[in-house]
Design a protein. Structure first.
Length: 167
């Protein structure tokens, strides 16, 4: 049986981070996915558990994997935004925030970490909107009727005797 979370983590590292293990490793991503299956279950009204992400209706389908991937990316962008802001207050090495130097007319350009943080926060917000949209679509299109009403759903014979006299 394939390990769904490890396959999804490998896909995230390859497609989102261009296989740069300095940013994220498959082990770290799959660990995060495993630990946060509850969030997907909350959004999708499912019960996926374990490394195979299986539940009452089988293994996690591709739509649910998309929601979990977006949740991971939202978390990643929020973490990067915090790290960018942390760099503003914890910058101890002089010159670690220099973006460019010019010699003629002496110009120095610094990294605006506040703007970098805003960009990451925007990316996180976009990811969370995608999570909400994907979860709503999943819940709409995966919905199955809970009960059939009327004669068609009752399974009872078509003739009823309610104690009335028939003439």
């Amino acid at each position: 049986m394939p390990n769904v979370l490890e396959d999804l983590a490998s896909g995230i590292v390859v497609t989102e981070f261009a296989s740069d293990t300095g940013i994220a490793t498959v082990e770290n991503v799959s660990g995060w996915l495993y630990e946060n299956l509850g969030q997907v279950n909350t959004y999708l009204y499912t019960d996926f558990t374990g490394a195979n992400a299986s539940g009452a209706y089988g293994v996690m389908d591709i739509e649910a994997q998309s929601v979990l991937k977006e949740l991971y990316l939202c978390n990643y962008y929020n973490k990067e935004a915090r790290n960018a802001l942390r760099g503003i207050t914890n910058s101890s090495v002089s010159g670690d925030n220099i973006l460019s130097l010019k010699d003629g007319e002496s110009a120095v350009t610094f990294i605006n970490r506040n703007e970098v943080s805003k960009v990451y926060r925007g990316l996180a917000s976009d990811s969370m909107e995608r999570v909400t949209r994907l979860a709503a679509q999943y819940n709409i299109y995966q919905a199955q009727p809970r009960q059939l009403g009327g004669i068609d759903g009752s399974g009872a014979p078509l003739s009823f005797n309610y104690g009335y006299r028939t003439y």
